[in-house]
Design a protein. Structure first.
Length: 229
């Protein structure tokens, strides 16, 4: 941005003095570390830890846009100051001289003192924390862990309810199936008993019939033999 380009150029021209082989020049301003100073990140500190295969490797653009909207200020706040720091860092500065130079240039343009600048940083941190708490609450609501009044159920909650309904129906169907299987076993047992009873009755009848038929035939032959001579 032109604003930061101008500040960066001004910082280089007026706040960075050439150093002699024995140390800072006489005209160089006294550089003191800022309270709670954050050192410039090194390569080792910026190496990201291994990411699980189930985790995204980078945030979605909509989330980046949302966070960016939270960090939007009036150009006279800590976020604007960090942009100046990054601009000077890209030009080769690092360490205490980077942050002191950025602060001197920023204060010269905005007239902010260090206490106000740090208070602005705290306000942005509180803003990010409050937003994250709200997002986490909404996430818990989406998962069905909590209920938020006047908020319609999320798709996950509706699917959970549908899953429970299907599970209840399946349990009832399983109970009915077990009941019908028991009825089937009982019916088959009664059927086998009746079939056996019928088979025994038929066998008894056949035995009685055969005995009677044989007796009748024997007497008929005897009658024919003795009476028809």
């Amino acid at each position: 941005m032109p604003f930061f380009d101008h500040i960066t150029k001004a910082a280089k021209d007026f706040f960075i003095e050439e150093t002699s082989p024995t140390g800072p020049s006489i005209g160089a301003p006294l550089v003191r570390p800022l309270p709670g100073q954050v050192l410039a990140p090194t390569l080792a500190s910026t190496v990201a830890p291994p990411v699980s295969a189930t985790q995204p490797t980078q945030p979605e653009q909509r989330h980046l846009d949302h966070i960016q909207s939270l960090l939007t200020g009036d150009g006279k706040d800590f976020v604007a100051y960090t942009k100046l720091v990054k601009s000077l860092q890209a030009s080769g500065l690092s360490g205490p001289i980077l942050y002191q130079t950025a602060f001197n240039a920023f204060a010269a343009v905005t007239s902010l003192d260090l206490a106000t600048l740090l208070q602005s940083a705290e306000q942005f941190e509180l803003k990010l924390t409050a937003d994250r708490n709200q997002i986490l609450e909404r996430h818990r609501e989406k998962l069905g862990e909590i209920r938020i009044p006047n908020v319609p159920p999320s798709p996950i909650v509706r699917l959970q309810q549908q899953e429970q309904e299907v599970q209840v129906a399946l349990t009832e169907l399983t109970r009915q199936l077990e009941e019908k299987q028991q009825q089937l076993l009982t019916t088959r047992q009664h059927l086998q008993e009746q079939q056996h009873k019928a088979a025994m009755a038929l066998a008894s009848y056949e035995l009685a019939h055969a005995t009677a038929a044989a007796d009748l035939q024997a007497h008929r032959h005897a009658t024919q033999s003795f009476l028809l001579k």
